[in-house]
Design a protein around this ligand. Structure first.
Ligand code: ADE
Length: 230
């Protein structure tokens, strides 16, 4: 069983279009969709937005469906100014930019207590396999790098530049870090595929609304290719 977590209806819709024999299972407070993609058994979940939603959804998926791996699929805002709308970002790792225990000696900003590191690395073979599909999608640009997660929609150039200065990274979004942490703590392998919907700037709300379908489609297409290859 392969697990897929999307935060928003628009994001999961593009996955469901690629899924066959879909059965919806309401498991309060989440909707799970069990079916197959390219002949492989999958469960897709709609987590809703933000780190808490994503973490409890990921834990519920692990306990109920025991997926052998989890993919977090959806859209993101660009932190790196070279990224364009629709580009794919494959996470090498994730940083929770709003996790801050740096008030304590020797703790860095973003460092997660218990795990004691700033970045949680994605499962290397999943990340490599995902990036290697770049030749199958010549019309879409692929990048690999760090994704920044926090419970905030980034909608100003100032916020975007601050994040870039503090953590580096390619893109920002609101769930991947908590899914990575939950999967890591449960020893479940995971990968993160995001497509750029906006520039995390003062146009980001409009762009997000305009491009969420197109960008979600790009992310879903890559995931389907990846799942087919398993
Ligand atoms: N997801 C897509 N765009 C985003 C943004 N600008 N900030 C946070 N999450 C996002």
């Amino acid at each position: 069983m392969i697990g897929i977590i999307c935060a928003m209806q628009e994001e999961i819709n593009q996955m469901l279009l690629l899924m066959k024999n879909v059965k919806q299972i309401q498991s309060f407070p989440f909707n799970f969709f069990v079916g197959s993609i390219m002949g492989k058994e999958c469960v897709a979940a709609l987590s809703n937005v933000g780190k808490v939603h994503a973490a409890i959804c990921c834990q519920a998926m692990i306990l109920n469906y025991k997926p052998k791996l989890i993919l977090n699929v959806g859209v993101a805002g660009a932190i790196n100014e070279e990224l364009q709308i629709g580009d794919l970002v494959i996470a090498s790792g994730v940083i929770q930019h709003d996790f801050d225990i740096s008030a304590f000696p020797h703790r860095k900003k973003g460092e997660i207590s218990g795990i004691n590191s700033v970045e949680i690395k994605c499962t290397p073979w999943i990340m490599e396999k995902l990036i290697n599909f770049r030749n199958d999608f010549p019309q879409i640009s692929f990048e690999k790098g760090t994704i920044l997660t926090g419970d905030q929609f980034v909608n100003s150039l100032e916020k975007r530049l601050n994040l870039k200065k503090e953590f580096g990274g390619l893109a920002c979004e609101m769930e991947a870090g908590s899914i990575a942490q939950t999967a890591f703590l449960n020893k479940v392998e995971f990968g993160i595929v995001r497509s750029i919907s906006d520039g995390a700037n003062n146009k980001s709300v409009n762009d997000f609304n305009s491009f969420i379908d197109l960008s979600s489609k790009n992310a879903a297409k890559l995931c389907s290719k990846f799942i087919e290859s398993l």
